[in-house]
Ligand binder design. Structure first.
Ligand code: NAD
Length: 153
């Protein structure tokens, strides 16, 4: 199985990488811009042929589409790591919550990837693209409303 982990250099993402690579038949690509992620969390895999690291931003849709190609399963762990900052940069959660997840779903759609999970779904076996889309719509609405409240409380 080929896994793609957004935010794979973060705390949760790197732990997921450990778990994925315990199975010798698995391969994993992490996609991270290292704004809060750490190379130290994954540096022991840098020589492992089953591991690939791409430094990139999920807001860069074209790069994401190319990077995600050929994978079977996506773990999406990118998030705004700085909640306080979002009080000043009021579109931060909008970008890293809604646009980022949209980009991941769009990159999956054009590449025919069907399975996705995020931190809220880890205990489920897997989610299909369609089922996740429904959940995304509800979450997007919540984040959008919260962002608006920051502009006009
Ligand atoms: N750590 C916890 O205890 C915990 C508990 C519950 C839920 N969560 C959720 O799990 C998710 C991950 O949390 P974490 O603790 O691993 O955070 P983290 O900050 O360690 O990981 C987030 C990763 O996303 C990367 N990232 C951020 N913006 C990016 C962008 N634009 N493009 C590419 N990469 C980007 C960061 O560099 C980092 O590696 C979050 O959604 C968080 O809310 C975490």
């Amino acid at each position: 199985m080929k896994y793609f982990v957004t935010g794979g250099a973060g705390f949760i993402g790197s732990n997921m990488v450990d778990r994925i690579l315990k199975d010798r038949s698995n391969e994993v690509t992490i996609y991270d811009n290292f704004c809060s992620g750490r190379r130290a969390y994954v540096k022991h895999y840098l020589k492992d042929k089953r591991f690939r690291l791409i430094k990139g931003d999920v807001l860069d849709l074209e790069l994401l589409k190319n990077a995600i190609k050929g994978h079977n399963f996506v773990f999406h762990f990118v998030a705004n790591p700085d909640i306080v900052k979002s009080m000043v940069e009021t579109d931060l959660d909008l970008k890293l919550g809604i646009i980022a997840t949209y980009n991941v779903l769009e990159a999956m759609r054009v590449n025919g990837i069907k399975m996705i999970a995020d931190v809220g779904l880890l205990f489920d076996k897997h989610w299909t693209y369609k089922k996740y889309l429904l959940r995304y719509r509800i979450r997007a609405l919540t984040i959008f409303t919260t962002s608006l409240k920051k502009i006009a409380p």
